[in-house]
Design a protein around this ligand. Structure first.
Ligand code: PLP
Length: 459
């Protein structure tokens, strides 16, 4: 029947059709009222039902395993809950945090400028000669034409990925990339391929896929992102191997060298220098939060692309610029980093002593080829908790530990960060402490005293 014919039929003949439509509307109404409407929840209520993988343990963990307070002057020995402890969890690689020249420079800069100057974002009203001087010195140190300062490493990296890539571009990245890279990827509207950690065979596989996609699209390019040093396991990124593949595939290389800057390479310029491929890194990124023991970050590269970033990176355009005392303090830190090779030498002397001592005592420290020193053990979360307490309370050793759910169940990773400020005595005491707690772990001693309730221990 044609539409015109339907309309011509008397109204009473349409009653079944009206009824059917009415039933349909009622069903949708009831479904909405009783299902969708009732399934709506207050966002805060939902969040409070599950505090997250670590937050769920907050009552017992807070102030001890999470959010502990290390007090006193930053150094290899600090106070934890009133006790002197040997600290292995600060990325104060070169010992600059409490270096007298640094403390003096920080204090004088704070007195001269205060924290307000300069006000506003760099592009609007927050630029200064000193900001530009720091950028020029960082670029020269890294063998690049120009640099842009970033307020934080994390935010900076997220925003760099955002500013570089359009929806046609493809990102190829290492599976164990830092959260700042992973979160930057969330802003990327295009495709991404992940390669198995430091696995060049898989890297090539993903590059083949990425290259084929770009070719099919007829537009877009490839950005490869990896790290100079992976901060958890301490293994260097395979920069040399990746850089060599530039002759086979077309891509730009962005390296996060948070842990390599100041610790690796002849001059301390980082993993690119150490592996002889600094000139093949298109964008070299690092933070001031580790070797420089400060705040802020930077990215260096060719002048034109850095200028593009400078004029488009949202984390800097829409944020107040680094306060002057930080800029002056970072200039001073860079000066010491460049002119005091003894600091890096001492760091490596300590790191190698610690790593050698651990290996000789039968500890598994994995494949680190940086100063970051992991210790791999087997045991449950409860045993790990009891062991950390034993280390802190009885052996006076403070270091970071990683357990399930961050890593698979049954595994424990300690992460020790040697610094130039550690002494032979710190290292020896620590080796003895780890030997003692490992023996207890193997004997099952921590099973008996497992799960201390830290609520009791909270100050
Ligand atoms: C590899 C890596 N990238 C970036 C960051 C973030 O740096 P920032 O502390 O300056 O935000 C870190 C810090 O943990 C890091 O380890």
């Amino acid at each position: 029947m044609a539409v015109s014919e339907v309309c011509a039929v008397p109204v009473k003949n349409h009653i079944p059709v009206f009824l059917a439509i009415a039933c349909y509307i009622c069903t949708i109404f009831f479904f909405y009222t009783f299902y969708i409407n009732n399934s709506m929840a207050d966002i805060f209520e939902r969040l409070l039902q599950n505090y997250g993988p670590i937050g769920q343990h907050r009552e017992r963990a807070h102030g001890y395993f999470a959010f502990p307070k290390l007090e006193g002057e930053i150094g290899s020995r600090m106070k934890f809950r009133g006790n002197d402890v040997i600290v292995w969890s600060l990325n104060n690689y070169l010992g600059l945090a409490n270096h007298p020249e640094i403390r003096k420079a920080d204090a004088e800069a704070a007195a001269e400028y205060g924290l307000a100057l300069p006000m506003g974002a760099r592009m609007m009203s927050g630029n200064s000669n000193l900001h530009e001087q720091l950028e020029a010195e960082l670029a020269a140190f890294e063998g690049k034409e120009d640099a842009v300062l970033l307020n934080f490493g994390y935010q900076g990296m997220v925003s760099i990925i955002d500013v570089l890539c359009s929806r046609h571009d493809v990102i190829v990245y290492d599976a164990e990339s830092h959260a700042c890279i992973i979160d930057g990827l969330r802003l990327h509207p295009g495709h991404r391929y992940v390669f198995k950690h430091n696995n060049i065979e898989d890297f090539e596989k993903q590059m083949e896929r990425a290259s084929a996609l770009v070719e099919r699209q007829g537009k877009g390019g490839i950005l490869v992102i990896t790290e100079g040093v992976f901060g958890m396991a301490g293994d260097q990124g395979k920069l040399k191997e990746i850089a060599e593949l530039k002759s086979k595939y077309s891509f730009r290389l962005l390296v996060d060298d948070a842990h390599g800057f100041g610790t690796l390479g002849e001059t301390g310029a980082g993993a690119g220098e150490a592996q002889g491929v600094q000139d093949k890194i298109d964008l070299y990124f690092s933070t001031f939060a580790k070797s420089m023991a400060s705040i802020g970050a930077f990215v260096t590269g060719d002048r034109k692309i850095i200028d593009y970033i400078r004029y488009n990176i949202r984390s800097q355009i829409f944020a107040k610029s680094l306060p002057m005392p930080l800029v002056v303090g970072n200039l001073k830190r860079l000066e010491l980093l460049k002119t005091r090779p003894e600091l890096k030498n001492k760091l490596w002397e300590n790191a190698l002593k610690l790593q050698k001592g651990l290996k000789e005592r039968g500890f598994d420290i994995g494949n680190t080829d940086s100063v970051v020193t992991p210790i791999y053990m087997k045991g449950g979360v409860e045993e790990a908790t009891a062991m950390v307490m034993d280390l802190r309370e009885n052996y006076k050793i403070f270091c970071s530990i990683v357990v399930y759910p961050v890593i698979p169940r049954g595994h424990i990773i300690y992460r020790l960060i040697p610094t130039a400020a550690h002494t032979d005595e710190d290292i020896q005491t620590t080796l003895e402490a780890f030997t003692a707690v490992k023996e207890k772990l193997d004997a099952g001693a921590y099973k008996a005293n497992a799960i201390p309730d830290m609520a009791e221990q909270r100050k």
